[in-house]
Ligand binder design. Sequence first.
Ligand code: ZN
Length: 341
Amino acid sequence: MEGRILKTSSLILTVTIAVSAVVLGRYSNLHIKEIKREQMSKMQMYAYYDKEEEPEDIDFSQQLRVELPRGVILDEIKVENNYLEQLITLQIPDAGKDYFEEHPLLGKSNHINNLNLDNGRIEMTMDSVYEVKCNIKKNYLYLDFLKPQEVYDKVVVIDAGHGGRAPGAIKQGIMEKDINLAIVMELKELLDKNDQNIGVYYTRTEDVNPSLDQRAQLGEKVGANLFISVHNNSTDDGEMAVYNGTEVMYDEQKSEEGFSSKRLAQICLEETTAATGSKDNGLTRGNSIYIIRNSKVPVALIEVGFLTNWEELYKLTSQSYQKQTAQGIYNAILRALKEGF
Ligand SMILES: [Zn+2]
């Protein structure tokens, strides 16, 4: 039996997975009863079957089994994983309105808070962030739910500051949220190409505004080794000024020895300024910042540059500078992980 684990390179993604076929034992004498809808919405979903006849190849303690319509292969099953909402959705093709009435899901998972079945769509609200591992054997799809740490050697959260109706600083019609996201998307390109087994979770990959709680909690939910937030600066009065350069904020409460927020911030500062040639403005205590204060994992918030400086504003809007910045942050991530974060 083999399958592939869904890659976590974006917030919501559609995935194709390798198909595996293994000969199943026969189920001929099983007396499996249907699971009632109301039972499915409970914390656990139990399969009812003859204990005597328990099929050996289903881990009923923590696995779901979905019967597939004839001929459906794994490639045709659309899987979306919305990490911030902890919502995993599978769309089974050729499964009509009453499909799941006739072909009930079997198994159970302690990690599912709520389950909705509709028109070939399986919608699961999880109790935290999980990766879903899909395997097909014969015409059954088996689902396992794994913690990111069980799937990846290292786990990283990247946060593009602001978004949606929260633009951050605005200068000359340029919004901080857009520059933050542009840098993060460049960074994503680099991380997507990385062949180490690093799981990367983004608080956003589009122009939306997750709550500060959602952002801060994502690090803990995925068991991140580090959390990096990308922002840009402006002067206090918002006037154009000579101030320019990069500073990185850290959490002084969690800055003892070793793999601290402060150490991570230092690495981010060094690597970002080295890649961009930007002025090094040093580290700043960031405990007044919500996501820093509430992060349970080592956190660094990079203020890449000042929108209130003409030259820097011009640079920050250019793709080449955004790429350089992303390269710096990328280098920082690899260096920090190598150090042992
Ligand atoms: Zn900001």
